[in-house]
Design a protein around this ligand. Structure first.
Ligand code: AMP
Length: 290
């Protein structure tokens, strides 16, 4: 099937209905565009368990808490199409705000618990915006699976929760974070880092990895978190929005490693907000020490 760009719900539904009649499995990869290898890795993951892959491109205004951030978000549809073509993705669903939120739109999906704290505490309304648009995209496509990056770990948890709570018949697949060779997590926002900031940026992931090692070696959690925050700022970041240890399954604050845990953080560098997280797990000999 040739690649197609679809801009309306009705055209999307027509396309998916044909696939359904042919008993094809459909995967959804929601994005806000400015595609990079991280997004393309989700498309490849989607192909592992589906016959047809829909990538969505929608810079969702309701998940931005700042108009400046929304205005500055890169919009590169032609480049995105060029990057998608070699992946074999079947449809780019690039809809408009008027199509997603027609006049009179009055519904919001709000997930409690996992939306609280972390990004939820600093970006009021963000996860309501995410939950609402993801619910719409899941229902519009009727996808069998949907792929999300672990890079936005809290978002992955919010989506998993809403699918469970609303009985949406879809399997959510979490995919590992794709990084530059120096460890910086790929992000559409990285293009806004100037040369100096780009040089400093990888410190974020390095410190999170070192902090994970310290925790595994038995260092007390509050001590490690304080060390990590000051190490990142000491290397040139402007500020830490949050840096916390959370349980992997329900994102509850973790005071130790009794349950599988993640260090999750957001930090500001040269006016750009970056998020990252690492799983606190032993990758070798440390397991013997612990
Ligand atoms: P975005 O376009 O930033 O909204 O991201 C769309 C999807 O791509 C989300 O599921 C993100 O978690 C995922 N994503 C973004 N960056 C990465 C990355 N570096 N590695 C893996 N997935 C990513």
């Amino acid at each position: 099937m040739p690649f197609a760009i679809v801009r309306t719900v009705s055209k999307l539904r027509d396309t998916v209905s044909g696939w359904r009649r042919a008993n094809l499995r459909v995967a959804l990869v929601p994005t806000m565009g400015a595609l990079h290898e991280g997004h393309l890795s989700l498309v490849r993951a989607a192909f592992e368990s589906a016959d047809r892959v829909i990538v969505t491109l929608f810079v969702n205004p309701t998940q931005f808490d700042s108009q400046t951030d929304l205005a500055a978000y890169p919009r590169t549809e032609d480049d995105d199409v060029a990057k998608l073509l070699p992946t074999g993705a079947h449809v780019l669903y690039a809809s408009s705000a008027a199509e997603i939120y027609p006049a009179g739109f009055a519904t919001s999906v709000s997930v409690s618990s996992v939306s609280a704290g972390l990004c939820g505490a600093f970006r009021p309304g963000h996860f309501d915006g995410v939950a609402t648009v993801v619910t719409k995209l899941l229902l519009q496509t009727g996808a069998d699976i949907a792929c999300f990056g672990e890079k936005d770990f809290q978002q992955l948890k919010v989506v998993t929760q809403l699918v469970r709570d609303l009985d949406i018949r879809v399997t959510i697949v979490g995919c590992p974070t794709i990084r530059e060779s120096d460890g910086l997590a790929l992000s559409s926002r990285n293009t806004r880092l100037d040369l100096r900031a780009r040089r400093i940026a990888p410190v974020f992931h390095q410190v999170l990895k070192d902090a994970a090692k310290r925790l595994l070696a038995g260092e007390p959690v509050p001590y490690t978190l304080t060390w990590a925050r000051s190490a990142i700022v000491g290397c040139g970041y402007d500020s830490i929005e949050y840096l916390e240890l959370r349980a992997e399954d329900d994102l509850a604050p973790a005071s130790g490693l009794e349950r599988p845990a993640r260090l999750i953080a957001a930090a500001w560098l040269a006016g750009v907000r970056l998020v990252d997280n690492v799983k606190v797990e032993s990758d070798g000999p440390l397991a013997l020490i612990h």
